[in-house]
Write a protein that binds this ligand. Structure first.
Ligand code: PLP
Length: 397
């Protein structure tokens, strides 16, 4: 099937926070500009999902819904087929989102004051899950190699070995750094956590968005011991661009941990349930949309290469970090010597570029921008031309 990866549906006045930002800065339909911030795609929904939803609307009664056996099996089939991980349907709990799930996990598995490790800079709601719940942030700053990041394992083990440290929230693949952790790195992480009784919550929401030459390893697939010491958070939302339908699949292979999560959840949400249309879309996506995903990944990879080549050639002071996975590129503007607030101003007011500001991911992100590149290529070309034009004024030589 031919899919549409070139047309944009402008989302002004639709309740999209990402598009509202443009309106706030006075941009409107007459300017052919799109936002590159919040992590959803500017690609129209796969026709297979639209058809399944239409069929559901025509044929079902919109009553309360639980995940069906077919739904749970298809989710497992996807992970076996795409990631070589044999999961069991009974391990899955469905939630409205991965952020909801990791907030709940922090509350379930740790007590106020106990330590939660994050490998930073990292997806900002992970800090919130630690800070808003009164837990202690155990900040494992990653080593910036200049084109990528790696974990400082000496520091990581030192922090994991503190008896007050109880949980690691791992972002795998990593947002915003674009790392796809290798099996060796994950093994090292998992062994340290097992040795020091640190539970691992692996947020794998970006696991299907992998660039050529890289392989995603589900943390729990590495060994039974890892599976028993982990919570694996997944969703079809990033993969198939259906985040608004709010259906996530949280795998907790260890029954004791699963029961504990459910018992804790009942205190705040006594009757958790998801949306019938979310289940419908997710099922259609996992069953029928693999070729849509592969085509979307080709566009994302084209955009990635375009940005790398253009910046290297035209304005090497702006450095694109290696994008191994996710569709979120991490760009370092620091060589231009601009204050990070000035950088934000220039992007908004002069270049009319709306990225996510690097500083929201932690202080190491100052002077960086996160560029969501899941959009038609011509918008990337246009943005690059504006970068060249505006930043030629700020180059030091
Ligand atoms: C690492 C990561 N986890 C979770 C989410 C959001 O998950 P949800 O919308 O399911 O709460 C995002 C969205 O950008 C993300 O990047």
């Amino acid at each position: 099937m031919q899919y549409d990866f070139t047309n944009i549906h402008k989302r002004y006045n639709t309740g999209s926070g990402k598009w509202d930002e443009l309106a706030r800065h006075g941009i409107n339909e007459s300017e052919d500009i799109i936002p590159f911030s919040v992590a959803d795609m500017e690609f129209v929904t796969a026709p297979e999902i639209v058809e399944a939803l239409k069929h559901e609307l025509d044929n079902s009664i919109m009553g309360y819904a639980n995940p069906t056996q077919e739904y749970l099996s298809e989710v497992c089939n996807w992970f076996e087929h795409r990631h070589n991980w044999k999961a069991k349907p009974e391990w899955i709990l469905t939630t409205h989102g991965v952020v909801d799930a990791f907030f709940e996990a922090v509350k379930t598995y740790t007590n106020p004051g106990e330590g939660v490790m994050l490998t930073t800079p990292v997806y900002h709601p992970m800090y919130m899950a630690v800070n808003f719940t009164g837990r202690k942030l155990v900040d494992c700053k990653m080593i910036n190699t200049g084109t990528s990041y790696k974990i400082d394992f000496d520091d990581f083990e030192k922090k994991a070995s503190d008896p007050n440290t109880k949980l690691l929230i791992l972002c795998s693949p990593h947002n915003p750094c674009g790392r796809v952790w290798t099996r060796d790195e994950l093994t090292q992480i998992g062994e340290i956590c097992l040795k020091h009784n640190v539970l691992v919550l692996s947020d794998e929401i970006h696991c299907d968005l992998i660039m050529p030459g890289h392989v995603h390893t589900v943390f729990a697939s590495i060994s039974d011991e890892f599976a028993n010491n982990s919570i694996i958070c997944t969703a079809p939302s990033k993969t198939f661009n259906i985040a608004g339908l709010q259906t996530s699949n949280i795998f907790i292979p260890n029954k004791e941990l699963r029961d504990k999560y459910l018992a804790s959840l009942k205190l705040t949400n006594p009757n958790p349930k998801c949306n019938i249309l979310g289940y419908c879309a997710a099922l259609a996506a996992y069953k029928n949309c693999e070729s849509w995903l592969d085509s979307a990944l080709e566009v994302i990879n084209t955009n990635r290469k375009l940005i790398c080549d253009f910046l290297t050639r035209e304005i090497p002071e702006i450095k694109a970090y290696n994008l191994e996975g996710t569709y979120l590129m991490w760009l370092d503007f620091n060589a231009l010597g601009l204050n990070y607030k000035e950088l934000e101003r220039i992007n908004h007011s002069e270049a009319k570029l709306f990225f996510d500001e690097g500083y929201i991911f932690g202080s190491q992100g100052e002077g960086f921008e996160r560029w969501n590149i899941a959009c038609p290529t011509r918008y990337i070309q246009d943005a690059l031309e504006r970068i060249k034009q505006v930043y030629s004024r700020y180059r030091r030589s």
